[in-house]
Design a protein. Structure first.
Length: 290
């Protein structure tokens, strides 16, 4: 069984940030294109195109998107393929593209391949997924062996006490023999966490939440490590049924470090293009020392 743990406190956008230093000590940003090409099984097609931003500055997540790109996605099933033209969604974050035809059946399906072509400012970006990952379903969540009744409700959460080894938080899901692997994200979703993190770390970078990423090939359960939940409040656990590009990308990426070269299937940009499924659970972390 292959495992690699990556513990970080950065944003999803910061997964592809690059920066360098000149001899004067001033930081120099090498701006790169990033394809956030996450297709979700049983959901409509949607991708996002952004540019990198420096990790030591506050930046607007809505302002890093790239508009005006020509985006096409092909759904491939055996010898047949169907092309979909995408247009920018003005109701979402800038740089988000969705299928232009509202009547088109653009639902992402398990067992199919997808290819993408993006043209922007004279540059061409291409990528292909492997077979789309099968759906994943969380069966249960437990705290100290106690089955949680409503773990999918972000408004009604069970409480986990910080640093109490007798009360671990565990998630269980239905496995599938065709899935390539599983990727797990753990995030603090409290709005004031951002300010706490900036003050604690000394960084001023805009952040969504603390993130813990764990990849595994075979397991159908996971116990949340205490080191990932060091901030009181609401937490979200996302369990992703990964196709090969997604799994390999998160096996190798170490966000925010330019010298790390993530395993990516995107040509002409950073990022990843993959077809995955996800299920979500929530819990509340109580820190009695605060």
């Amino acid at each position: 069984m292959t495992k690699r743990s990556i513990i970080i406190f950065l944003t999803f956008a910061a997964l592809w940030l690059t920066a360098g230093c000149d001899n004067s000590g001033k930081e120099e940003l090498i701006s790169e294109l990033v394809l956030q090409g996450y297709l979700y099984v049983n959901k409509p097609m949607s991708v996002r195109l952004i540019r990198t931003a420096p990790i030591n500055q506050f930046y607007d997540e809505a302002g890093v998107g790239i508009s005006g790109a020509a985006v096409t996605i092909w759904e491939i099933s055996g010898p047949d393929s169907t092309a979909f033209t995408l247009t920018e969604d003005t109701t979402a974050l800038s740089g988000t593209y969705v299928v232009a035809d509202p009547e088109a059946d653009d639902t992402v399906r398990s067992g199919r391949h997808y290819a993408i072509r993006v043209e922007t400012n004279g540059r061409t970006i291409t990528a292909e997924t492997q077979v789309a990952a099968p759906p994943i379903r969380l069966d249960s969540c437990r705290i100290a062996g106690r089955l949680l009744a409503d773990f999918r409700n972000p408004d009604v959460m069970d409480t986990l006490w910080y640093n109490d080894p007798d009360h671990p938080y565990e998630v269980y899901w239905t496995g599938h023999p065709d899935r390539y692997g599983t990727t797990i994200f753990i995030e603090n979703i409290e709005s004031d966490w951002y300010a706490d993190w900036r003050e604690l770390s000394g960084h001023t970078a805009y952040t969504y939440s603390s993130i813990f990423i764990w990849t595994m090939l075979t397991n159908n359960s996971f116990e949340v490590p205490w080191i990932t939940v060091g901030f009181e409040g609401r937490h979200r656990v996302r369990v992703i049924s990964s196709d090969e590009p997604c799994f390999e990308y998160y096996q190798t990426v170490f966000p925010g470090y330019a010298e790390m070269s993530p395993e990516t299937n995107v040509r002409g940009a950073l990022g990843v293009f993959c077809a995955i499924d996800v299920d979500t659970a929530y819990f509340y972390l109580n820190d009695p020392d605060n």
